[in-house]
Design a protein around this ligand. Sequence first.
Ligand code: 13P
Ligand code: 13P
Ligand code: MG
Ligand code: MG
Length: 366
Amino acid sequence: MKVTLSVIKADVGGYVGHSESHPDILAEAGKMLARAKKEGLLLDCQTAKCGDDLQLIMTHQKGTGNYDIHKLAWDTFVAGTKVAKKLKLYGAGQDLLADAFAGNVRGMGPGVAEMEFEERPAEPVIILMADKTSAGAWNMPLYKMFADPFNTIGLVIAANMHGGYTFEVHDVKEHKKIRFNAPEEIYDMLVFIGAPSRFAVKSVYHRDTGEIAAVSSTERLSLIAGKYVGKDDPVCIVRCQGIFPAVGEVLEPFAAPILVEGWMRGSHMGPLMPVSQADSTPSRFDGPPRLVGLGFQLANGMLVGPRDMLADKAFNLARHQANEMADMMRRHGPFEPHRLPLEEMEYTTMPQVMEKLKGRFQDLER
Ligand code: 13P
Ligand code: 13P
Ligand code: MG
Ligand code: MG
């Protein structure tokens, strides 16, 4: 049967500060989704949190970008905002940038990752959710999963993966997209995806069959609103096994933490630390950035799970390394490369300071 898996997320209020989503928000969202399931709109649903982000995980048969599904998500975020306002949580309704729903939550603030596929006899999926970072954070992990044989041995030894994968890459500033075929175009592709503040891998396809393998959210709140309103805190869905990387190949990139942008005030680089859902509580300097990976087996659209994949002790060393990287970055205080380059800064005083001092800047003698 054909199933659509939609993951739609938003920060509708933080508890405390930007460190977590409140249990009452999750409970309210759970109630709204359960009602939609009872009414037949959803096949199944779950809520989750990653840091201060509320995640709606929904299966249905309406396809991607569906009005009713997006409206349900929007209404759920509005209901969550109501709870957040009552509790005076921090930044209630932070990611809801429009006053009213306009057909699709894309461009309205929430992050969206959706895919429709024919459910296989066994359909393992991993939902990756990150807080205090942005869409480009998936670039290197997705590259490793689907194009790097040092990560994914299946690319070499599994006949049904040997043909490679196609990456759709979005230029989030110019609103353009391009497709690259791996492995033969990886050098061209890396020119772009190695600059994750501008280019983000949107989706990945299995070349021999055209089957969708992965999809990420690439909304950039800062660009949508034209001013800082919160980081993207992206999500990504990855199908596993068979013609796709094994579950362990999908999770392996996170054993070696990398630096991503989005820590403290959305203006700092920091390590992406893999954690359990319970440990997605970014409290040190509002971070460091967190990653949660929930695993499910789909059964006729039912979400069998979650398994909290990154809770595994095998990621202890990665967590330790991420904390050491965090120390190393914090040592730089307000200096780059901990602080982002000026054009990437989310909360910047630069224009005001420049304005104030403009009369004092003199030309250098030649
Ligand atoms: P099992 O033999 O435990 O099914 O594992 C198969 C495998 O190759 C996992 O990577
Ligand atoms: P969120 O985008 O997760 O709300 O974090 C905002 C921030 O910059 C915290 O320092
Ligand atoms: Mg927040
Ligand atoms: Mg967040």
